[in-house]
Structures are given as C-alpha cells and as structure tokens.
Ligand binder design. Structure first.
Ligand code: KDO
Length: 337
C-alpha cells in the first residue's frame, strides 16, 4: 500500500499562533473535586460518549466530576482543541483531521485506506512511531492524547436510490455533492473519492440530507443509525474508505495539576473507555446492516479495488502527503495485517 510514493522529507508543521495553554485549569488541591468538561459533536447515545460517561467518569469520580456537552453544545465541531489549549475545556473526542489543522502531518492518520481495522489503529497509537506526534501536540498545543477510540469504517451514504445512482467506482461519484466535515483533510478525502465535497458541521447533516442541500454523507453504520440518517437516505455503498478513529484529548495543564496517582487513574480510565467503546462499536458495526435495510436503505459493496487505487493515487505526490514524516507510512503499513 502506497509503496513507492514520493514524499518530501521536510516536515511542515503549522504552529497555531497564540495557542499555548492558558491558565484556567481544572484541578483543586484543597479537597474540592475537580470538574472535567468534555465537548463532543457526538450525541449522548453515541458509543464514544457512552464510553466516556459509563466507563471513564466512574473511574475518576473519586476526584473529578464529569461534565459532558454533547451535540457540539459546548463548542462547535472542530474548535474543541483550541478550547482545551486556551484553558476553557478539559477534554474532547478529537479527530486526526482536526489535529491536522494545527499539525499537517496528522493527515497521515486521516488518509483513505491507511488504517486497516480497529486493532491496527491501536497498534499504531501505541507504537513508538506515535511518540513525536504526541509530543508535538503536547508541547505546542497543550493537549495530551490519552487513548485511541474506534469510530468505524466510513462508507458513502446517499439520498439517491441505487436505481438512480449505482456507485461502483469513483467515477460514479462525479458531481455528487457529498457532505464531509469541514477541514482540509476531510475535503481532500472527499475529492479523492471522486465526489464534490461540501463542508458541513455534523449537527447540520440530518437537515442537509432531508432538504437535499447535500446528496450524501460519509460515516460508519453506527453513526448512520445513531443520527437516523437512514430516515433521509436511500443507499449505502460500502466503500470502507476510512477506518476512522478519534483520540481522547486531555488538557496538559490539568494533567500537570494532577497527582501521580490521579494521572495514572485518568490514563487507565481513558484506556478502559476506549477499549469498552471499541468492542461495542465493532459489535454495532457488524450487526446494524439488517436494521438499516429494514428502513428501506440499500446496502451493497462497490468495486473496492477501484476505490482504493483511485484514492491512494490522489495522495501520491500531493501536498497532503508532503507533510508526512519520512518512513512513517511504511511503519504504519508494517503494523498492519
Ligand atoms: C463527522 O462529522 O462526520 C464525524 O463523524 C467526524 C468525527 O471525527 C467525529 O467528530 C464525529 O463526526 C462526531 O463525534 C459525531 O459523531
């Protein structure tokens, strides 16, 4: 995969001016409980939200209250990392695409057909190859990446019936107005799929689909169900173009204010939540197709070789790939199956 790709060795890191950690903090050494706020664009029933509420929160309850803000009610999607960095938020469920806004090299983890499955994501996250990535985020943004969460395999989900539009290859997506989240890495992936990507916040997608403002969206099956996208779409082409992940992002400033025991507890809680959520999400992903079909949505597998070949070719020699540190893609691939 991606062998023989030409990439510039130079790493161009975009430092966000003024985003060094501010000073509100969240810890109190006088016996009061701290408050850990979490912002996510996900719903309360999203598996990652559930993992944080049901597994993470109880494991830190001795010293911290957990205050989640779901559906982007605390911070707009894509602004959470900056909020942590400024000291206004403790935690988020962050994407590699969001991190790539600050550190373009993170686009490697947001690239189509790189991660192979949930286990591969975990191996990559725990491998020493991640150390410089984690360190940069910590040093320059004041954010610790505690653990990796599994979101799932993203597929193309459209309003058109399969009779109207049978998606077999990227060419079939030409002119299709596909909603993708609003950062460069996402938009690049949408184009690489052959579609015409439109940026839109997650919380707007249901309405966008129901009014026809967009033709489709891409998300894993559990999200299609959780957000009820099956009510406003007619088909899913199982492109599996991105085995998607999120990081549990935590304020470095708050972390530094914790005792060693508390740090250990927070780390354990994050790992336990990620592991619990991963298993639940995989189970959902494997068992939701019949339910979605029963709602009148056709699900089928397109020509995956055509998609993989086309998507990978778009990254080769691209500006996106030029930000990837030398040798990292090979290391990621070596950790695959
Ligand atoms: C989305 O906006 O499509 C996306 O799936 C992107 C993810 O990175 C993640 O932020 C997710 O939305 C939200 O948590 C809502 O599920």
């Amino acid at each position: 995969m991606f062998s023989g790709m030409t990439r510039r060795a130079a790493l161009s890191v975009a430092f966000a001016a003024g985003l060094t950690a501010a000073t509100t903090g969240g810890g109190f050494a006088d016996g009061h409980k701290m408050t850990f706020t979490l912002a996510t664009a996900g719903s309360e029933t999203d598996q990652r939200s559930q993992a944080m509420a049901q597994v993470f929160a109880p494991m830190v309850a001795e010293f911290a209250d957990f205050q989640p803000g779901y559906n982007a009610t605390l911070f707009a999607q894509g602004t959470e990392l900056e909020a942590i960095s400024r000291g206004n938020l403790t935690m988020s469920i962050a994407s590699a695409q969001e991190l790539a806004q600050f550190f373009p090299e993170f686009s490697i983890f947001a690239t189509g057909y790189v991660h192979q499955d949930a286990a591969h994501q975990v191996r990559v996250f725990n491998d020493p190859l991640m150390d410089p990535f984690k360190k940069t985020v910590e040093d320059d943004l004041g954010v610790k990446l505690l653990s990796v969460m599994y979101l799932g395999k993203r597929h193309v989900n459209l309003r058109q019936t399969r009779e109207e539009l049978d998606v077999q290859t990227p060419a079939d997506l030409a002119g299709v107005n596909l909603r993708m989240p609003g950062t460069d890495a996402w938009q690049f992936l949408g184009k690489a799929l052959g579609a015409a990507p439109t940026p839109m916040a997650f919380t707007e997608v249901y309405t966008g689909l129901s009014t026809g403002a967009v033709d489709g969206q891409d998300n894993p099956l559990p999200t299609v169900v959780d957000a009820k996208f099956y009510e406003v779409t007619k088909q899913i082409a199982l492109t599996s173009h991105l085995v998607d992940l999120n990081y549990i992002a935590f304020s470095k400033e708050v972390w530094d204010g914790l005792s060693a025991d508390q740090q250990l507890q927070v780390q354990r809680a994050a790992d336990a939540a990620a592991a619990w959520g991963r298993l639940k999400q995989l189970d959902k992903e494997n068992n939701l197709a019949d339910f979605i079909r029963s709602k009148g949505v056709e699900i089928y597998t397109p020509d995956l070789d055509a998609f993989r070949t086309h998507v990978q070719a778009q990254y080769v020699g691209s500006e996106v790939a030029s930000s990837w540190p030398e040798g990292v893609l090979e290391k990621i691939n070596a950790l695959g199956n």
